[in-house]
Design a protein around this ligand. Structure first.
Ligand code: SIN
Length: 277
């Protein structure tokens, strides 16, 4: 097995491993370390069934129950799918993951990682972009770091300020899914000890104790800063890719910039995380 960096700050590519077979403990440990150090792990040339994917992610953690069960695979409901073939009730195409976000931050213990495994890809486009929130935090002026140090973001299922609308939850999911949880605007990675910004434009409704006139421009400024190109790694998908990213220190977004007559379909699974601190 070989692990190679994909950019100066984010992403590592893993070659020479087949998750359909047995994984040696030393290879598993190297991948776990690389995941914490590089935040995005790209494992090439996999061809996993949903059941094999479930077994594979067990090497890295425990499955986190995703919020909207309409995307669950019937044969393996812990695995969901991402597809460009779903539509909103009004007929508009639904592109999951468009717009910068971190996954399910309205949970008390949001998922530490999300894993996607490519099943069908368009010939061109449909990249996933990642923004490194730890690098962005380090580059903040110290006055901004001081200003946000003790602030708490209010995270809900769907922020009323977000232009990106999520697919509605059914009644059972609504009862199960938490709404309005508080998380710090600056969190410390539980494994590396590295601090990062923690924001989520689709789910942050406001900042505790600040009125919107103050909170919303601050959140916009943090987002602009954090998503500058110098903090980004852009993943160009290859057939067989399995990509696992760290939601504790990254924002990500999908791109709906490809020929919509071509199918883009990936398996998706998340791993349980900790309470952000
Ligand atoms: C997601 O946000 O989970 C989906 C990302 C993608 O489809 O590229």
């Amino acid at each position: 097995m070989e692990i190679r960096p994909l950019s100066s700050h984010t992403g590592a590519e893993v070659l020479g491993i087949d998750f359909a077979g047995a994984v040696a403990p030393e290879d598993r440990d190297s991948m776990r370390r690389a995941f914490v150090e590089r935040s995005v792990l790209v494992v090439r040339n996999q061809a996993l069934t949903p059941a094999q994917l479930l077994e594979t992610v067990g090497l890295f953690g425990t499955v986190f129950p995703q919020h909207n069960t309409r995307f669950a695979l019937s044969e393996c409901p812990q695995i969901h799918y991402i597809s460009n073939e779903d539509r909103f009730p009004d007929g508009r195409r639904y592109i999951p993951g468009e717009g910068w976000h971190t996954d399910h931050s309205n949970a008390t213990r949001p998922p530490k990682a999300t894993v996607l495994h490519a099943v069908n890809l368009p010939d061109e486009g449909g990249d996933t972009q990642f923004a490194n929130l730890a690098a962005a935090y380090t580059a903040l002026p110290s006055a901004v770091r001081d200003r946000i140090a003790l602030l708490l973001g209010i995270h809900v299922y769907q922020s009323s300020h977000s232009t990106r609308k999520l697919m509605a939850l059914n009644e059972a999911d609504q009862e199960r899914v938490p709404n309005a949880v508080l998380h710090p605007l600056v969190r410390t990675h539980p494994e590396s000890g590295v601090p990062s910004i923690y924001i989520n434009p689709i789910r942050i409704e406001g900042i505790l104790g600040l009125d919107h006139k103050e909170a919303l421009p601050l959140l916009d400024d943090l987002l602009d800063h954090a998503t500058a190109e110098r903090f980004q790694y852009r993943h160009r998908w290859q057939p067989g890719d399995l990509v696992m990213w760290d939601n504790r220190c990254l924002l990500h977004k999908a791109n709906g910039d490809y020929d919509m007559n071509q199918r883009r379909y990936l398996y998706r699974v998340m791993l349980q995380g900790d309470v952000p601190r």
